[in-house]
Design a protein around this ligand. Sequence first.
Ligand SMILES: Cc1ncc(COP(=O)(O)O)c(C=O)c1O
Length: 333
Amino acid sequence: MRRALHRAPMSAFDYTAESGAPELRETLAAYLARSRGVVADPERILVCAGFSHAMAILARVLHARGADEIAFENPSLHIYRDIAARNGPRVVGVPVDDHGITVSSLDSPAVVVTPAHQYPLGVTLAPGRRAELTRWAEETGAVVIEDDYDGEFRFDHQQVGALQALAPERVVYVGTTSKTLAPSLRLGWMVLPRFLVESVRVEMAASGARPALLDQLAMAELIESGAYDQHIRRCRAEYRSRRDRLLAALPDSVLPQGISAGLHLVLQFPGDLPGEMEVLAACRRRAIGLEGLSGHWIGEPQREGLIIGYGAAAKHAFGGATQALREAIFEVT
Ligand SMILES: Cc1ncc(COP(=O)(O)O)c(C=O)c1O
């Protein structure tokens, strides 16, 4: 922040461009191309206050362009579905299987997907499905919103690049600093198909909201200096080690899923026994706050399970929390 402030031109303190600081948009274009394979140039990048903000703006723009419905993966996070619904379109759910979203079930003018690491199930959108999804979007003229919320954190395989690279004129790529730095920053970015750039820029201006310019300049500085890459490499190693310790501590009776990426995994119990409520209660008794899968379905819950986020616990508390989780599972199985 100090370095960014020191370098900032006088104009940095004026009313700022609604698309975001040119310095950050240029830096992001290069960063996203190299780190996620995104087809990006500064003209199609808009800086926003994270995925939630992008979702609100995009829902409004797409609704104004005639999209009365938007599809979400089922299960998914209700907060983003609510944001979409509050901004115009009706929300419908599309099933997710072991290969990701079932493209053959899609029949909406827009869809929101988490291809790198489906939230919450943790599956990665399979190569065949990626091709099918972008082909579907190209054939039907639908818009795909790619929520790349934890794409920087892949542990087991080669990096899985952004879906956007397959169809940059049909996919809106959305990135965020919520997993790499901190959710309170409220800083993210959209890489837009060209036909949407102007309407999204106008909607953004009309919303009156934009991230603080100094934060944007500091972010550009962080990336340019190499410190952001270094930070992500360090975090990736730490999260991989946490994931491995967590997996090693789990009893054989549970089925961990979605383990190859991100900051969470899902635990399922064969035959859904014990029930989710029972396991969550045993965890709560040991002061472990977890969420279940049940609350993430659109309509009737279809499967139970535990969503275990391992990113946020303090380093010194992680071992004890893992042990307590193990004990909670033993207690109810
Ligand atoms: C599925 C999913 N999408 C997006 C985000 C990030 O949203 P935001 O950038 O608004 O913090 C999160 C949470 O970090 C998430 O779990």
